[in-house]
Design a binder for this molecule. Structure first.
Ligand code: 16G
Ligand code: ZN
Length: 547
């Protein structure tokens, strides 16, 4: 059973800081880095246990994403490469808050019993470790390693400084028996990217697309990684800025660009009109933008527009693959296509997607919710407006697609149908199947724009965003706010929803919701209306209701 003395010994090296309360939030534990050693150590133990229980490789990522450089955080990746199962989150909380080594061991013993985890004779467990570029990452990595190896026979494999999606990808790959190296990640991504380029329809339109992309790396890990592959991109030239010389996330990155709608550092009027993209600190969010002439403002092309672009392209490929609708098709599999958004999706995007005949579903905020829903489709596309998202392909559809592709390549090679099958396969290999990934998302956007022959302006004109405003309110207890219907309706405290509705009704195209943040001690307010002033007013008056 548990090697109690070794564990006690290790645990006493990581005392929990006085007066802190930790909670495994929407994306793991996050706090000022100086407070996190004990938490990361304990998450290391949890990762080892999860690996033993699932008999698979687990991932442990040390990052605080778009947050301040002095913060850090830790989260786990499950065997599929997705987020840690929600059923383990409460125990993660309990473990992180255990007051001393003895109660820690007591809690572990109870949990092991409850979950029926057999330690004795278990096959070798392994945890892959990754971290972003934060200076605090090194100390925290050491704490994680000690946690992992405090369970006898568990290996901690350090993958170094990687993007969050790279680590999730590696976990998934390793559990599928694929070589889990960074090089293999790039190879798979770039081979599929070039395949998509090879099958771009002949014609002039793709010549309209500028070969140059400027990327804001948020002074984090993503920019560095892009530098690694810059020479392998065919027609595409990428100018990477904010690649680590400045302060991480300060006036840079996808979160800044999306929320402030201002040019990031090292971008300016000289870039006006150019196609630009911005990653966040750990490269799991992606937004596009262009600088408005003679200003420091931008036009934002957010996660909703990326989603729309992907949905249009994939729907078209499915249509071509299915062949003519007169029933003479040889295609036997009717693949389901669904798109998943949250309440933050701009109302104009949801209307547009529905108009295009797509099935749209809403989930609460947080990747784990969107991902789970998207996995119900043969092709499930999910995106948050903030730029986190990906495209998931079902195993059943992929196996069928592989076979169909082989058949088509012998019966009707290079037919439109065959090309559609090849493109769909390429997308499934290009885009990260584990979690939203700014790098793979970026290459898919680039390939599709080239395919369509669209400039960023043309893409941005798919629909026009409704003006919106986001505000936050500090409250005594944000957990008092309970919502349902994908966070669009408050059920408690009583009466608030009616008041919000009454306020919203005053504004043409008004829409408004409130929800407790999963990462900060605030209640968030989102409002949308037909003009900016109205959206601002609506948000402000709802803030007053919440206060
Ligand atoms: C986390 C989530 C992100 C969500 C955000 C909302 C993951 C990997 N990240 O960053 O998806 O949009 O939280 O933050 O799930 P909030 O709850 O503070 O509004
Ligand atoms: Zn992130």
């Amino acid at each position: 059973q548990l090697q109690q003395s070794a564990l006690l010994d290790a645990a006493s090296r990581f005392p929990i800081p006085a007066g802190s309360k930790f909670s495994y939030g929407t994306s793991g534990f996050r706090a000022d880095a100086s407070l996190l050693e004990s938490t990361v150590f304990r998450v290391g133990i949890l990762a080892a246990l999860r690996s033993i229980q699932t008999r698979s490789v687990i991932g442990l990522m040390i990052t605080a994403s778009h947050n301040h450089i002095s913060d850090n955080g830790v989260k786990l990746a499950d065997p599929s490469g997705g987020m840690l199962t929600q059923s383990w989150e409460p125990f993660a909380d309990t473990l992180a808050n255990a007051s001393d080594p003895h109660s820690l061991i007591q809690l572990l013993g109870d949990f092991i019993k409850k979950e029926n985890i057999i330690l004795e004779g278990a096959p070798a467990a392994e945890v892959l470790l990754g971290r972003d570029t934060r200076p605090s990452g090194e100390t925290l990595l050491e704490a994680a390693k000690q946690g992992i190896t405090s369970l006898m026979g568990t290996t901690a494999s350090d993958m170094g400084i990687v993007t969050t999606p790279q680590l999730h990808w590696m976990v998934r790959a390793k559990n599928k028996g694929i070589e889990a190296t960074e090089l293999n990640y790039y190879n798979q991504m770039l081979t599929s990217f070039r395949c998509l380029l090879d099958y771009i329809p002949k014609g002039d339109s793709s010549k309209n697309v500028s070969d140059k992309l400027i990327v804001d790396g948020a002074d984090g890990v993503g920019g560095e990684k892009l530098e690694n592959v810059k020479t392998r991109l065919g027609y595409l030239t990428i100018d990477v800025r904010n690649c680590g010389d400045g302060v991480l996330n300060e006036g840079v990155g996808a979160d800044y660009v999306q929320k402030e709608k201002m040019v990031p550092r090292n971008f300016g009027p000289a870039d006006a009109g150019m196609r630009c993209a911005s990653l966040d600190g750990d490269a799991d969010r992606l937004v596009y933008f262009y600088v408005i002439s003679n200003s420091n403002k931008i036009d934002l092309v957010d996660g909703d527009k990326i989603l729309s672009l992907f949905a249009l392209f994939l729907k078209e490929q499915l249509r071509v693959l299915n062949g003519p609708e007169d029933g003479k098709t040889n295609i036997s599999y009717k693949a389901s296509l669904g798109v998943v958004q949250t309440a933050y999706a701009n109302g104009a995007s949801t209307d547009y997607l529905k108009q295009m005949g797509l099935e749209v579903v809403m989930t609460p905020t947080g990747v784990k919710h969107l991902h789970e829903k998207a996995a119900e489709y043969d092709i499930g596309i999910y995106f948050e407006a903030n730029g986190h998202g990906t495209v998931l392909f079902s195993d059943a559809f992929l196996s069928w697609l592989e076979i169909t592709n082989q058949e088509l390549s012998s019966t009707s090679k290079d037919s439109d149908q065959h090309k559609a099958a090849l493109r769909l396969l390429a997308v499934s290999r290009l885009i990260n199947q584990a979690v939203g990934d700014a790098l793979s998302g970026l290459f898919l956007v680039e390939a599709i724009l080239k395919h369509m022959g669209w400039s960023i302006h043309k893409w941005n004109e798919l629909y026009q965003d409704l003006p919106s405003r986001q505000l936050k309110v500090k409250v005594v207890d944000r957990t008092a706010v309970i919502t349902e219907n994908a966070e669009t309706k408050v059920v408690s405290p009583a009466g608030i929803q009616e008041a919000i509705d009454a306020e919203t009704d005053k504004y043409p195209k008004g829409r408004c919701f409130i929800r407790p943040s999963g990462t900060e001690d605030v209640v968030r307010v989102y409002a949308e209306a037909s003009n900016q002033e109205a959206a601002d007013d609506l948000a402000k008056s709802v803030v007053r209701l919440v206060e």
